[in-house]
Design a binder for this molecule. Structure first.
Ligand SMILES: [Zn+2]
Length: 275
């Protein structure tokens, strides 16, 4: 089995072209993935296939979105670059165009930030060189309806992302911007377990038990001690931004992932990743 995780950011809209706008890249990538014989499956199914030691010649892709802007699911107009199709609607467009049989497992996982205060701070302090956000863009009201569609799952991107814009973060040493410093049970529970229960509550208990490391930062405490012990809460995997195909031997707690606009910036570069 070959397995690849692809990451997108719905707030990566700093131009009108593929490299600078994930809403341009994503619909094109759905076609490319399909044309090149890869099967899109829900992230949790891909992780289960890895755990099952599936050694067939299948090529599986899981799609992921980070940070949870409402642009994952709702079309919006960028003041400079105009109307943008949401990722969810791009998936529906694909299904309408190609038929449900083209990618029967069509699905994506959206990693959201739990803390309302963190989301509010991020809306007003985003990096304009890389992102576009506006007031209300990181609301949580879309999480449950998105889950209802069957095309999206909502998963955990930490309590507050240890976001540098916050006056206080949920960490004993206020380690803003550095998730590698989450290395005690208390700090990890404050960032991961608390977020999981918040997100589960807001989605009627349907949160996916997968974590995406903020900034892609992880450490040996999280991958070798914390997550294996916290499997009793249902966690099945944790996702990095280390580019590469998923290595089954690495286990589920530091899953490799390619990021659009960073690890590939054109259809040709994605084609190269997919071989
Ligand atoms: Zn993030």
């Amino acid at each position: 089995m070959k397995a690849v995780l692809l990451g997108y950011h719905a707030h990566h809209v700093v131009g009108a072209d593929y490299a600078r706008n994930d809403h341009r890249a994503f619909p094109a990538d759905l076609e490319l993935i399909t044309e090149s014989g890869w099967r899109i499956v829900p992230l949790v199914d891909l992780i289960a296939a890895l755990a099952g030691g599936d050694d067939g010649d299948e090529k599986l892709v899981a799609l992921t979105f980070d940070d949870g802007p409402v642009y994952d699911v709702e079309d919006f107009a960028h003041p400079e670059f105009g109307p943008q199709r949401s990722f969810l609607n791009a998936m529906r467009d694909f299904r309408d165009r190609r038929g449900a049989g083209a990618q029967p497992g069509l699905h994506a996982t959206s990693f959201v930030i739990a803390s309302p205060a963190a989301r509010a701070a991020m809306e007003s302090s985003f990096d304009r060189d890389y992102t576009w956000l506006e007031a209300g863009a990181l609301s949580e009201t879309w999480w449950a309806p998105a889950t209802d569609t069957g095309l999206l799952g909502i998963a955990n991107h930490s309590w507050d992302h240890l976001h540098p814009a916050l006056a206080t973060v949920a960490h004993s040493a206020q380690a803003r911007g550095d998730f590698r410093r989450v290395e005690t049970w208390a700090d990890a529970d404050a960032q991961i377990l608390r977020a999981q229960s918040y997100i589960a509550e807001r989605t009627g208990g349907r949160a996916e038990a997968v974590f995406a490391y903020p900034f892609g930062h992880y450490n040996a405490f999280l991958t070798e001690r914390y997550f294996p012990a916290r499997m009793r809460y249902g966690f099945v995997g944790a996702v990095t931004v280390d580019p590469g195909p998923v290595d089954p031997a690495a286990g589920p707690w530091r899953l490799a992932r390619y990021v659009c606009g960073h690890n590939w910036r054109s259809p040709e570069e994605l084609a190269a990743i997919l071989g």
